[in-house]
Design a protein around this ligand. Sequence first.
Ligand code: SIN
Length: 295
Amino acid sequence: MATFKPLSPLFGVETFDVDLSQPLSDATFKELEQAFYANQVLALRNQRLTATQFLAFARRFGPPQPHVIDQFHHPDDANILILSNVKVAGQPTGLQDAGSYFHTDYSYLQVPARATTLYSRVVPQVGGDTLFANQQAAYDDLPDAMKKRIDPLMAVHQYGNRHDVNESSRTAASVLSAEQKAKMPVITHRIARPHPVTGRKSLYAVSGSSFGIVGMPDDEARSLLDELAAHSTQAGYQLSFKYGVGDIVVWDNAALLHSATLIDPNDARTLWRVTVLEESRDAVAPAVLASTYAM
Ligand code: SIN
């Protein structure tokens, strides 16, 4: 039996007891999976893994989906995205800022991400934490009138950060090429979204990729989303996760917002990332979407 220690009073646990370079039994994986769904952030400290071993672990949570930013896929497997500020001969070796604003991975896809796994390879001298904000607690704490108001609402999502669309800013979404942009759809998700596994409701991606609300004028929709985002990213809902070399963290995208933190670009930081998908979604028919939201 693995033992788990809390990472914060509200959510997140860590374990030092599992060596993922060894075969992982179904029973041990079940323990990890239960800890993951119960605590939303699961850290497995001190791992020494090959790319293949890391990917095999991530796959236990769901089907991996390569990131649209294909220039930083790992050379051994496109399912691994390299996050790094290290340059070699002036050329970036990875994606430097993978979302330095609160967002939910792949919330801009019809089938969004269930879990993101990061494997820490090089840790900076200063900072480099990932921030998480617990959207289940944030939903629970809303006044009943607000819960009633948002319950039927569908947010409109597309790749990007609605708070910063300036492509030269480090807090904008990572810039896509014209070809990559052409692949990105406009889709919807419920704002008060039941967890696909546990059923518990969260505020879903109210910061980041949510740009509007189906059937609501843009200014009203933005102001409601901004109000929800300001509520749900308050310090009391946050956990700041500090990496050591070899740490793996797995987080539940259906229950959290997260944000990378900006660091000195010369203070080396490298992680590998695998994101795995859910298997179903709530949808608004494209015709309804087109008639209620300018597309
Ligand atoms: C991410 O948003 O996937 C990256 C988080 C980080 O770099 O801290």
